[in-house]
Write a protein of this length. Structure first.
Length: 155
């Protein structure tokens, strides 16, 4: 499966999460996103999306906000602690989106993801509470991210 992974603010390509997906046999496109210019980050992500036509888009924190602002058609989104209230203009997500968030996240409140689920008319099951902190880099959230991608992607 081809996955476009959009990293968080002040993160870099090749981190724990995209490496985990690649180690499980997936092709991961992981572009460097501009930390200072959100619109440029969205343009970079859109160019990569258009070039590679991934099966799933994963966005982590600020990368989740980038993912929400893409023109990604029906391609499923997997959002990790999405920072949608801080960046971009998108205030809802499409059906089939999965959101993973740690209850004790001290960077992006879990209430933001609950609000996003409600505003998007997603079922409560679209929000999966996993992990112990904002990074979601422990075995449980990494496994949940992999499962969400594999469930959302093509058969």
């Amino acid at each position: 499966m081809k996955i476009l992974f959009l990293h968080g603010w002040h993160s870099v390509p090749g981190g724990v999460k995209p490496s985990y997906l690649a180690a499980h046999g997936h092709e991961v496109i992981n572009p460097a996103l501009d930390d200072d210019d959100f619109d440029r980050a969205v343009r970079t992500a859109q160019d990569e999306f258009d070039r590679h036509r991934p099966d799933v888009v994963v966005g982590s924190s600020r990368g989740g906000a980038v993912a929400m602002n893409l023109d990604a058609g029906t391609t499923p989104l997997v959002l990790l602690c999405p920072a949608w209230k801080r960046w971009g203009t998108a205030r809802t997500v499409k059906p089939g989106t999965t959101i993973l968030h740690a209850a004790a996240d001290d960077v992006i409140p879990i209430a933001d993801s609950r609000e996003l689920v409600r505003a998007s008319s997603l079922p409560d099951s679209a929000l999966r509470i996993v992990g112990t902190d904002h990074r979601l880099a422990d075995p449980e959230p990494l496994g949940a991210m992999l499962e969400a991608c594999e469930s959302a992607g093509p058969g």
